[in-house]
Design a binder for this molecule. Sequence first.
Ligand code: SF4
Length: 221
Amino acid sequence: MSLLSKSHTTLHPALRTPHPAPRKSLPVMESFYTLQGEGYHSGKAAYFIRLGGCDVGCHWCDVKESWDASLHPVVDIHELADLALAHDPGMVVVTGGEPLMYQLYDLTRALQAKGLKTHLETSGAYPVTGDWDWICFSPKKFKEPVEDIYRKADELKVVVFNQSDFGWAEQHAGKVKGDCKLYLQPEWSRVDKNMLLIKDYVKTNPQWRISIQSHKYLDLR
Ligand code: SF4
């Protein structure tokens, strides 16, 4: 069957852009106050909200327990904002799982109404919802990003699992906006080997920087 309907005006459901419903509450795997360990804002104090639910399926994922949203309690967005504000953090990082499986405008409004900076970490697999002060885009080979993310990302962070990931990283770097920060981060299970590969790559491609998961080295929690 064709993916276009007979009217030629209505797309087949498989081709429609998902428009998730507004959310006053969200499944939360965990939330905690710590330091941002990776990327451009590494070393800054941050309150993390890790939403449950992800259908991207990275085989090396280090938070597989986040995948099944039904395993995690559903928390009111204003309660989340109050929890974050109690620590008076410099910023709130919304991560996952894949946060953009949900519509996040109400969450970001609740956070910004309390004067909190909103940061997003996403694979870009769904259209961006929410008002963000910073978007870290970390594409994954297992589910293609939607085009929307390229003009919105402030930071491109590519996890390097093997040599072919450098060429793949460059494909994404060619599509993001000119002032987007570029990071290569070694996949943790191969960190020693991949760190050497990244070091050599950055020396010959200095527009990139290394992102180190400093929270794993220092056990920051
Ligand atoms: Fe895990 Fe993130 Fe990949 Fe989802 S997108 S499978 S949470 S690494």
